[in-house]
Design a protein around this ligand. Structure first.
Ligand code: SF4
Length: 115
């Protein structure tokens, strides 16, 4: 197996080549160890931090920004979005408040205050 991808960990955007299989992988093109970790993770189990807006039901025209507390499996992003799109919260909410304990395997966390 050989895969080419761009590291998105920092703005440098190194062009990575990941080769190997069965748990043994080799990464080239990375300028730092974070790129090696990213290349292997992206090849074996890609994850993403996802953000969205949730309606605040007791404030007119107000949305609360939320995100995954930890990255979730990339294949679960649409399921996560369907789940989050159906949510409503009540103000006040503080940044860092856990809105859901388990949204596709990760906490759903508020990223700003709504008074
Ligand atoms: S390999 Fe390191 S330097 Fe290159 S883009 Fe990734 S994090 Fe940045």
């Amino acid at each position: 197996m050989k895969k080419e991808l761009v590291c998105i960990i920092c703005p440098r955007g190194c062009a990575l080549t990941v080769s190997g299989e069965n748990g043994v992988y080799n990464v080239t093109g990375n300028s730092c160890p974070r790129g090696e970790r990213y290349g292997i993770d992206e090849t074996t189990h890609p994850t993403r931090t996802v953000t969205a807006l949730v309606r605040v039901e007791n404030r007119r025209d107000t949305m609360l920004s939320v995100k995954t507390g930890t990255p979730i499996d990339k294949g679960l992003i649409f399921e996560w979005m369907r789940l989050v799109n159906g949510l409503k919260v009540k103000a006040p909410v503080k940044a860092g408040t856990v809105i859901l304990e388990d949204a596709c395997g990760a906490k759903l966390v508020a990223t700003r205050d709504v008074e």
